[in-house]
Design a protein around this ligand. Structure first.
Ligand code: PGA
Length: 220
């Protein structure tokens, strides 16, 4: 049976205190299921405390970052590099459209991918078109999250049959896990996760509340 990935992208949300409160609630409702890999991608500032929390509770949940520096360690003021996040994370989102909109191109995305792979972190590379897939390096070492621009945060997800069409093209080229992202919620999640070509979902807004995110996990 295939493993389903359910990735929470908290974006720029949650202070340390809010993150701890989230997991106080989540602990009461969450039941592990070995067929589902849950991955939380909180802000950098929460990675240290959540990795400590996950050592004592939520053993089977993994942590990811939402971005990483394209540079290695060194004189790059304000940057957080792949080696630094490797103490906490097994995954890292890169190339999210919200970062591409700020000027991140495929050359930068590729540097990030390569730095992550060198540090044994699995890149979750966001693409909004198949052209972006072809511009990547080391695709076979990545997980792909297909996020159509008009589906993100709009309440209008792409329908699962169109997503399946994209997944089919991606999987013909590369033997990799394919996630869908864009307005996933507890009502529509199974239309994606029950599709044999789709390996999971990347969830933004609906991951910010522990009850709605648990609804997504349990319905996936
Ligand atoms: P959304 O965001 O679930 O709020 O649409 C998804 C994403 O941007 O990763």
């Amino acid at each position: 049976m295939k493993k389903i990935f359910i990735v929470a992208n908290w974006k720029s949300n949650k202070t340390e205190k809010e993150a701890i409160e989230y997991f106080q609630r989540f602990e009461k409702i969450y039941k592990p299921d070995s067929r589902k890999q849950v991955i939380f991608c909180p802000p950098f500032t929460n990675l240290s405390s959540l990795s400590e929390l996950f050592k004592t509770k939520f053993f089977n949940i993994k942590l990811g970052a939402q971005d990483v520096s394209s540079f290695p360690a060194g004189s790059f003021t304000g940057s957080i590099n792949a080696q630094e996040i490797s103490e906490f994370c097994s995954y890292c989102i890169v190339g999210h459209s919200e970062r591409r909109a700020l000027g991140e191109d495929s050359e930068i995305v590729n540097k990030k991918i390569n730095n992550l792979i060198e540090n044994n972190i699995k890149p979750i590379v966001c693409i909004s078109s198949l052209d972006q897939l072809d511009e990547l390096e080391n695709q076979e070492k990545c997980m792909i999250a297909y996020e159509p621009l008009d589906a993100i945060g709009s309440g209008h997800p792409q329908d699962a049959s169109s997503v399946q069409g994209v997944a089919t093209v991606v999987k013909k080229k590369y033997d990799i896990d394919f996630l869908y992202g864009g307005s996933v919620n507890m009502e529509n999640v199974s239309s994606f996760t029950l599709n044999p070509r789709i390996d999971g979902v990347l969830v933004g807004g609906e991951s910010l509340n522990p009850d709605s995110f648990w609804g997504i996990i349990s319905n996936a």
